[in-house]
Design a protein around this ligand. Structure first.
Ligand code: MTE
Ligand code: MO
Length: 448
């Protein structure tokens, strides 16, 4: 069985359901894979012997290739004339999930994206991670309003129609919660990359540059060097954004995500897109922005989203997501089914621009090889990397280390802890280590 859910020669667990359940799933996968390999090799040997083309290669008795299946003989399903298309039923285990290690609340909560099951750089909208401080809403766009006030000539209120008739731009960007990988600050090593790095997603966002709307309201950009963004949900989500970011035209008032309207969980009908900046500033259900002359120091920038330093002080307004990467295959919870060839692959990103290079180590950081970066490589966007690897069946520690176009190099866990201590929650961009054990099982380890 080739496991499409992980897209690799590995099996991702359905869920972190405890050792027994997982082992059960893995054992099946291993057996299936061996059969597959045996058949493939036998077929290849047959080709060589007979000098025949692959099309006429003798099969070795595999009923899945010898017998015509139902779907080759009968009528298929009718076209989907109404309703929204959904993934194959065989992909049902590819889901957002709540981390077993976090408090299981329903509204003030997180669901993590299944990074280990995704290809390329775009996160399908239905798998985009969610972070709600007080639950999500499906807001009627005809009633939603967006206001610009503060240091402006005249406060201005926009309807969705008014925003959507303006010229728009579409851009690919990652969004990462500042708390992503936060569990790894301590001695916890959570099991899968869904839970270590899954508060990360990447979409094509469509919207109007915020600067356009500010100019329409006659904002005083000389004195008004800061902006407060406010959401319409009950969490009073308010964040200060420096005007310098907005003036570059990068910050969008977005309504589109991957070619369609935003999903309700992701802020429908309107959200702020603040490329490179931590997720909390990407205010959802955006209802108001206020132009001002100093930071507001709201609850979400004084009590939360501050970095506790070793000397007991809090570091504030560290909003940019620094360069980071993670290997998604092989990663925790997966199992390599045999020694031999694997394509190590993962994601790299930087809140300061483009990823310049990614190095990969299979020996815990002693030796590094430069990985291939898959085009396109875009600014403040996920970049897919890969490296060919032949596993010799011995234990291996797999790591990736990204460098961005500013020359910044992703730190080791030891380097990061040296500066930041271990009591932080936010902004952990350390190198991640996955231990491939002799059994093929992969687990999260902290390398000293
Ligand atoms: N209005 C509002 N905006 C919000 C939030 C929220 O709870 N309410 N959560 C923030 C946080 S902490 C993050 S990480 C991102 C998550 O965006 P997502 O749910 O689309 O992944 O939204 C941000 N914007
Ligand atoms: Mo967040």
């Amino acid at each position: 069985m080739f496991n499409r859910a992980s897209g690799r020669l590995v099996k991702a667990p359905e869920h972190f359901i405890g050792a027994d359940g997982v082992r059960q799933v893995f054992a099946e996968a291993r057996e299936g894979r061996r059969d597959f390999l045996r058949s493939a090799f036998a077929a290849a040997a047959g080709v060589a012997a007979a000098g025949a083309s692959a099309a006429t290669a003798p099969a070795d008795g595999d009923p899945n290739i010898l017998n015509l299946p139902e779907h080759s003989k009968g009528l298929g399903n009718p076209v989907v004339t109404d309703g929204y298309g959904t993934p194959s039923k065989f992909e049902r285990n590819v889901q957002r999930r709540q981390s077993p290690g976090l408090t299981q609340t329903r509204q003030a909560s997180v669901s993590f994206a299944p990074l280990q099951s995704l290809f390329g750089i775009v996160t399908p909208s239905g798998l985009h991670f969610e972070r709600h401080h007080q639950g999500w809403w499906d807001i009627d766009p005809s009633k939603h309003r967006f206001m610009v006030n503060g240091m402006v000539k005249a406060p201005k209120v926009f309807t969705m129609d008014e925003i959507m008739r303006l010229p728009s731009v579409s851009r690919f960007h990652f969004i990462e919660c500042g708390a992503n990988t936060g569990m790894e600050w301590g001695n916890v090593a959570v099991p899968t990359c869904q839970y270590t790095h899954g508060m990360l997603s990447c979409s094509e966002f469509t919207g109007v540059p915020l600067i356009t709307l500010l100019q329409m309201a006659g904002a005083d950009l000389k004195k008004g060097r800061f902006l407060l963004a406010e959401g319409a949900d009950g969490s009073s989500m308010t964040r200060t954004i420096p005007m310098s970011l907005i003036e570059s035209g990068e910050v969008l008032v977005a309504y589109g995500q991957n070619g369609e309207m935003l999903r309700p969980e992701n802020g429908y009908p309107l959200r702020l897109v603040v490329p490179g900046v931590q997720g909390v500033s990407w205010v959802k259900y955006l209802r108001r922005v206020e132009v001002g002359d100093q930071p507001w120091a709201t609850k979400d920038e004084t009590v939360h989203y501050v970095d506790l330093m070793p000397d007991g002080q809090h570091r504030q307004y560290t909003s940019i997501q620094e360069c980071k990467s993670v290997v998604t295959t092989p990663s925790g919870g997966q199992v390599l089914l045999d020694k031999g060839f694997y394509s190590i692959t993962g994601l790299a990103w930087s809140g300061r621009g483009k990823v310049k290079r990614v190095d990969v180590s299979v020996d815990g950081g002693r030796n590094w090889r430069s990985a291939r970066l898959q085009e396109p490589v875009m600014s403040k966007c996920l970049t897919r990397f890969s490296l060919d690897w032949v596993w010799d069946g011995k234990p291996a520690i797999i790591q990736s280390r990204a460098t961005d176009e500013t020359g910044y190099v992703q730190p080791t866990q030891r380097q990061l802890r040296g500066v930041r201590g271990t009591r932080s929650i936010y902004h952990n961009n350390a190198i991640q280590s996955w231990l491939v054990q002799e059994s093929g099982e992969v687990k999260n380890v902290h390398v000293a």
